[in-house]
Design a protein around this ligand. Structure first.
Ligand SMILES: C[S@@+](CC[C@H](N)C(=O)[O-])C[C@H]1O[C@@H](n2cnc3c(N)ncnc32)[C@H](O)[C@@H]1O
Length: 220
């Protein structure tokens, strides 16, 4: 079973790496089409119901340093399943979900309706997004492997870092051990690592890596 999944993962990564041979605008246009198609039916990854996904969300929330966060961003929020958990977990925070798929965001809008005064949804590509502001807490889960080749991953890592307020916290969640590769540009950069949880007991192991920006000066 694990072998079949490994082969599937390799094909998946090869497909998305081939899209990243295009220029970033071409790649973004294809990713947008692909993820709108992928979201043709609601909750395509069963994020809202799958026990593994729920356990991963709980493990992620448990890793967050216990502080007051005024602004939170979730990059690759899909239909807003985790976004709603963030709205519940941080009732004083404004929470923004960003995704490349407008179809996913339309469903996310229904999910976050109960806290619409604190929720914002942005249609954007993390590779080309020009944020007008920074955030106290930024999440990026199960998204970096779509970006393909090394320079795109590096670019996305720089973008994520640049989204942090001084002292802001960045949380990356991806399959383990691939997370070592996916998180490496953030890991090697100027942020300090706060913690890393590797959940090996799950059928599909994952890592939750938490980083923190300096409290003063540039976040790079
Ligand atoms: C597997 S889902 C992850 C959902 C959520 N982070 C979670 O863990 O529940 C990946 C999401 O990333 C989005 N995505 C892929 N490439 C993106 C990009 N370049 N910029 C923004 N979002 C992107 C997809 O549309 C999809 O909704």
């Amino acid at each position: 079973m694990a072998r079949v999944r490994d082969v599937g993962d390799r094909l998946h990564r090869t497909f998305f790496r081939s899209l990243s041979l295009l220029g970033s605008r071409g790649q973004g246009a294809l990713l947008r089409r692909y993820f709108d198609w992928w979201h043709r039916n609601p909750d395509p990854w069963r994020m809202g119901t799958d026990a593994y996904e729920q356990a991963k969300y709980a493990a992620t929330l448990a890793q967050i340093p216990d502080r007051r966060y005024g602004s939170i961003l979730e990059v690759g929020c899909s239909e807003g399943v985790f976004t709603t958990q963030l709205l519940d977990a941080y009732p004083d925070a404004d929470v923004t979900g960003l995704d490349i798929s407008q179809r996913a965001l339309a469903r996310a809008a229904e999910r976050v309706e109960m806290a619409a005064d604190r929720a914002t949804l942005l249609s954007a590509d993390i590779l080309t997004f020009r944020p007008g502001r920074r955030y106290d807490l930024v999440f990026c889960a199960e998204t970096l492997y779509y970006l393909g080749r090394r320079d795109r991953l590096k670019r996305a890592s720089e973008q994520l870092r640049g989204l942090l307020s001084p002292g802001g916290v960045l949380v990356l969640v991806h399959p383990w051990p691939e997370a070592r590769r996916l998180h490496r540009f953030v890991h090697a950069g100027p942020l300090s690592q706060v913690s890393e949880l590797v959940e090996n007991s799950a059928d599909r192991p994952f890592a939750v890596s938490v980083y923190e920006a300096r409290t003063t000066g540039s976040t790079g």
